[in-house]
Design a protein around this ligand. Sequence first.
Ligand SMILES: [Zn+2]
Length: 102
Amino acid sequence: MRSQNPFGRRVPLTGGARQEALPHALVSPRCGAKTRLGGACRSPAVRGKKRCRMHGGAQGSGAPRANRNARKHGLFTRDAIAERRQIQALLGEARKLVEEIK
Ligand SMILES: [Zn+2]
């Protein structure tokens, strides 16, 4: 658990606290992106992400939740499919009714 300070942001650790925190830093998840030299990036991954700040882990990078960027027209959204289904069911009922009246 990360300790909170009154300013709500991280402050650099000094002295004994730094010595104590260093092993934790060394076992923190690593980025692992392929570098131009062919190896894996060994920078620490951004908290909650799999890549470091230089390899797509930066704040605001990446697709939004449920990838709204990939949505083109909404024809296949859950709501649209449910709506079409309801209309088809209603049409079926209406056809049945018409047959009964005939
Ligand atoms: Zn990286």
